[in-house]
Design a protein around this ligand. Structure first.
Ligand SMILES: [Zn+2]
Length: 126
């Protein structure tokens, strides 16, 4: 039982998180041959457009897009899973860094947010 937020709030965030998880899984399936599993990362596949020189150049460009997308999708997938675990454990909404409660508005905008806004800002400055 989560004492920090109402059950309705938690339920709504859980729905959001499951939606995001589904979207991330869909997106990764377009750029990778693997499917996302907990504690595993997917690697972008190398696209194959053909054997001509311009094809190869396109492939390298697309592959670069794939890998940067892959990095953010893997990260988001982890954050979503962690947030879902925190819901199960009854500590959803706590900042991973300082254990303070994350603002409700922030959780509505980023249900998988691992950090409170103060810690997030500190991370960005690093
Ligand atoms: Zn914090």
């Amino acid at each position: 039982m989560n004492k920090n937020f109402s059950p309705e709030f938690i339920e709504a965030r859980k729905k959001d998180l499951l939606k995001i998880k589904k979207r991330v899984e869909d997106e990764i399936s377009h750029i990778s041959d693997c499917s996302l599993k907990k504690d595993e990362e997917c690697q972008a596949k190398f696209p194959n457009y053909g054997d001509k020189e311009e094809d190869n150049a396109t492939e390298v460009g697309v592959y670069e897009d794939y890998t940067s997308l892959e990095t953010s999708l893997n990260k988001l997938f982890k954050e979503v899973n962690t947030a879902l675990e925190k819901i199960e454990n009854g500590n959803y909404g706590k900042c991973n860094n300082c254990s303070k409660l994350i603002a409700k508005k922030r959780l509505e905008a980023f249900p998988a947010a691992p950090l409170c806004i103060d810690c997030e800002r500190k991370e960005e400055k690093k």
